[in-house]
Design a protein around this ligand. Structure first.
Ligand code: MN3
Length: 240
C-alpha cells in the first residue's frame, strides 16, 4: 500500500468516525485529547523574513496538530490510556521495541512528529543568540569552526532524500556533540542520542517561501536559532 493511500484511507476513516451519529442520533465523541498541541512560543510572523507567517501557521496548526491527533487516536486503542506526559513520549521513542506492536508505527511516526516539532519550535526565536561558553567549546571540538559546522549542516541537510531532519546531538557514549540526520519523523532518541537542536527538512517547512531552494531555507533558519536553549539542553545532557 502506498503512503498516499494510507493517508487517504486514514483521513476517510477519521472523518467517518467524527460524522457518524451513534444509536441516539448524537455525534460520536471527538478524538481523545491525551497529548495536546502547545501554542507557538512566539507569534507566527515573529521569524520573518526567515520563516514566513503562513508557513508557520500551516506547519504548526495543521501539520503538527495532525501528528498530535493521530498519536492520540492510536493511544486511545490501548486498554489503559496513557497520561500524555513528555516523559512517556520520551520513553517510548527511546525504546520503540517496547511499545505495543499495534501502536508502534503510530508512535514512531506521529509521536516522533510531535516530539520533533515541539523541540523545533522551542529551538527558534525572533531574538537569536550565539553559542557561548561550554557549548561553544564543544562545538569547536566537534567541528573545528563555525564555518565548518555550517558547511556540514548544509551538506547533510541538502542530502536528505525525501523528508527528514538534521540534528545536533550529544552522543553519551562518545561524550561529544555530533551532527546527524533522521528520515521521516524518526528521532535521535532511537539511536541513544540526546537531541540538542533539530531542523525540519520536510518540504512543508519551507516550500511556500523557498520552493525547491532548500539550501536557502537551511541558511535562513540558521539565523533564528535560540542557542541559549541549545546550551541548556547540552548542559543537561552532559550532567546526565
Ligand atoms: Mn514539520
Amino acid at each position: 500500500m502506498t503512503r498516499r493511500h494510507l493517508l487517504t484511507s486514514g483521513f476517510f476513516a477519521s472523518t467517518a468516525t467524527a460524522l457518524l451519529p451513534n444509536a441516539f442520533g448524537q455525534s460520536a465523541p471527538a478524538a481523545p485529547s491525551i497529548f495536546k498541541l502547545a501554542p507557538l512560543p512566539y507569534e507566527a510572523n515573529a521569524l520573518e523574513p526567515h520563516i514566513d507567517a503562513q508557513t508557520m501557521m500551516i506547519h504548526h496548526g495543521k501539520h503538527h496538530q495532525t501528528y498530535v491527533t493521530k498519536l492520540n487516536e492510536a493511544l486511545a486503542t490501548l486498554p489503559t490510556a496513557p497520561k500524555g506526559t513528555p516523559e512517556e513520549l520520551h520513553g517510548w521513542l527511546s525504546n520503540l521495541d517496547a511499545v505495543p506492536e499495534k501502536i508502534r508505527t503510530a508512535v514512531r511516526n506521529h509521536g516522533g512528529g510531535h516530539f520533533n516539532h515541539d523541540l523545533f519550535w522551542n529551538s527558534l526565536t525572533p531574538n537569536p543568540t550565539e553559542p557561548t561558553g561550554e557549548l561553544k567549546d564543544a562545538l569547536g571540538a566537534a567541528f573545528g569552526s563555525g564555518d565548518a559546522a555550517m558547511a556540514e549542516y548544509l551538506d547533510k541537510g541538502g542530502k536528505i532524500f525525501g523528508s527528514g531532519w538534521v540534528w545536533l546531538v550529544f552522543d553519551p557514549t562518545k561524550k561529544a556533540i555530533a551532527m546527524t540526520t533522521t528520515p521521516n519523523q524518526d528521532t535521535p532518541l532511537a539511536a541513544g542520542h540526546v537531541p540538542l537542536l533539530g531542523i525540519d527538512v520536510w518540504e512543508h517547512a519551507y516550500y511556500l517561501k523557498y520552493q525547491n531552494k532548500r539550501a536557502d531555507y537551511l541558511k535562513a533558519v540558521a539565523n533564528v536559532i535560540n542557542w541559549d536553549v541549545v546550551a541548556q539542553r547540552y548542559a543537561k545532557a552532559v550532567k546526565a
